[in-house]
Design a binder for this molecule. Structure first.
Ligand SMILES: [Zn+2]
Length: 321
């Protein structure tokens, strides 16, 4: 007989406690060229991980390959904190043996170094709006928002997509043709990591470029007025990188803030143990108790950010608001 557990709905972010990485592959047999998109390295930057999640669920790739990690730092996403075990993006040069992020870092490094991966994007929401000249506390050279970030102009080894500066400039110019507001304009930010930025030497993108993998960060601004605007610019940028790489794609919606808002509001479905289907959009109205086993339950969310956490004999379903 199945036991009855109370399923409690919490309008929070998703998480699981094990360290494995969710890697979604959209592949074609025509080429090995592969874009790797990584969302959620920082748990309080939802523009990045919602964009990666929408990329996983609303895009079809019709030539070449797209790999997506929608929620690298799952536990921090649930807590809505930058990093509950410290800054995950400062652990790629060396990491302590007892660091709780150690397994994730090891796994994601292996994915980045996969032979197939041709270009890596690390998605962030950063403070303010980057400007080369100081124009106040929000618009200045120390801000990160609305930038294509590179660690250096070129990879050491001459190779495909190794001209980081030219690629970032092209992406930036094309984004700037489609701005929602004039002050949302993008810039290229070169951190010149090797010589000028010790902190960035510990980052994911620097790990990639020092291993001859072209890598960029996309930073939308935390100061944009809505999550859908952040997701809009993330997706705009990702699409530009796909165009440069010759990756053909289709999406099932029009790329604008209104449609993105509707997509974000859709929590999707949850299937428990292959037989109970819950529509998470009206779960509050539909039930409070469902039959479930004492252990080895299987939960399948249609949404990459959906998750279940067991706490004191109850299962908590984490979705967002
Ligand atoms: Zn970040």
């Amino acid at each position: 007989m199945p036991l009855i557990f109370n399923i409690c709905l919490a309008l929070l972010f998703s998480s699981v406690l094990n360290a494995n990485i969710q890697l979604i592959k959209k592949e074609n047999s025509d080429s090995n060229t592969t874009l790797l998109v990584i969302g959620g390295i920082h748990g309080n930057e939802p523009g990045g991980y919602f964009a990666a999640s929408i990329l996983a669920t609303h895009y079809t790739v019709t030539s070449k390959n797209l790999w997506i990690i929608p929620n690298l730092n799952k536990e921090s996403i649930m807590a809505n904190k930058r990093g509950i075990h410290g800054d995950m993006n400062r652990k790629f040069s060396h990491i302590k043996k007892d660091d709780k992020d150690r397994e994730i870092i090891k796994e994601v490094k292996k994915i980045i170094l996969s032979k197939k991966v041709s270009l890596v994007l690390n998605l962030h929401d950063g403070h303010g709006f980057y400007r080369k000249q100081n124009q106040g506390s929000i618009f200045n050279p120390n801000a990160w928002g609305q930038t294509c970030v590179i660690d250096q102009c070129q990879l050491q080894q001459k190779q495909l997509f190794g001209d980081l500066n030219t690629i970032a400039e092209t992406v930036k110019n094309n984004i700037n043709k489609k701005l929602l507001k004039k002050h949302h304009s993008f810039n290229v930010k070169n951190t010149n990591t090797k010589y000028e930025d010790e902190a960035m030497q510990l980052s994911l993108t620097y790990f990639a470029v020092t291993n001859d993998k072209p890598a960029f960060a996309i930073e939308t601004s935390k100061n944009l007025s809505s999550l859908s605007q952040k997701v809009f610019y993330q997706l705009l940028a990702i699409e530009e990188y796909m165009k440069i790489m010759g990756i053909s794609y289709k999406r099932d919606f029009a790329l604008n803030a209104a449609q993105i808002t509707n997509i974000i509001k859709n929590y999707g479905t949850l299937v428990i143990n292959h037989n109970i289907l819950l529509n998470l959009n009206d779960i509050k109205n539909s039930l409070s108790y469902i039959p479930i086993k004492s252990k080895s339950n299987e939960f399948y969310f249609s949404h990459p950010l959906g998750d279940v956490k067991r706490k004191k004999g109850r299962y908590l379903i984490y979705i967002w608001e």
